[in-house]
Unconditional design. Structure first.
Length: 262
């Protein structure tokens, strides 16, 4: 089985590029399941019903989230009723949504888990304990193919969770930092891992934001409202090849598609 994971989609610019790029990427690589992180898919941040529709139109099967997942109240109803729209399971919430789903692909079922880190991040419940609970839930359902989107800041925390889950899940992939890392590997017990699968959105930016605004905020502590950058885009992600009998990763490779302009 070939599973494509796509890094944080940034605003309407990123959604539009995803719509133009993802269908061919899936076809060329014979992808069976596509997981897209959409917590920044609305202009500004968060996710809205409009950006959600764009992600699904592009070809996302499951949409994961992060620390901005609950910024837009207008998506709460969708989050409550759409089983394939996730937010980190271990967030302190009022009960909106879930960080776990099961996808029936006919010959196989896949469980997707969405967690958030605690190092340099928002307050959250223990992601290790949450991972244990949700892996057990998938096991009780008879599911061998289990993915974890760990939305976290520190690569050490991501790597620790991956080793902690090694052999019990198919893959652990990091999101949140918007930088495609060069550490994709198969861990000793067969779990595929990468610290961060990058972002989908404008290249000439600071994590999707207009660079001059990010510079003003960071350098001068200016109180400026972040605005989405524009221009040429990229799509980052990772493809995991999973053994359907064992549920473990046999190969993985990163994706970095850059928009060509004339």
């Amino acid at each position: 089985m070939r599973i494509l994971t796509v890094g944080d989609v940034c605003g309407s610019v990123g959604c539009d590029f995803l719509i133009r790029t993802l269908p061919k990427l899936k076809q060329d690589n014979k992808i069976d399941l596509t997981v897209v992180n959409g917590e920044n898919s609305a202009d500004g941040n968060g996710i809205t019903p409009a950006s959600l529709d764009m992600l699904y139109s592009a070809g996302a099967d499951v949409i994961t989230g992060g620390n901005h997942s609950l910024r837009r109240r207008e998506v709460f109803d969708k989050m409550e009723n759409d089983p394939f729209l996730l937010r980190p399971h271990n967030m302190h919430t009022s009960g909106v949504g879930t960080g776990y789903t099961e996808i029936d692909l006919g010959r196989n079922r896949v469980a997707v888990i969405n967690l958030v880190g605690r190092v340099y991040m928002l307050e959250a419940y223990d992601p290790f304990k949450a991972a244990d609970e949700l892996i057990e839930k998938a096991n009780k359902s008879g599911i061998k193919i289990i993915l974890i989107d760990f939305h976290a800041e520190a690569t050490s925390e991501k790597r620790a969770l991956a080793y902690y889950s090694d052999g019990r899940v198919s893959a652990v992939f990091g999101t949140h930092t918007h930088v495609l890392t060069a550490d994709c590997e198969i861990l000793p017990k067969g779990t595929g891992f990468i610290s961060d699968i990058g972002m989908t959105g404008p290249i000439d930016s600071v994590l999707g934001v207009k660079k001059e605004l990010s510079i003003a905020r960071i350098k001068d502590a200016a109180s400026v409202k972040f605005e989405l950058a524009d221009g040429k885009c990229k799509l980052n992600g990772c493809i995991f090849e999973i053994d359907e009998k064992t549920g473990l990763t046999t190969a993985l490779n990163t994706i970095n598609i850059t928009e060509i302009t004339t």
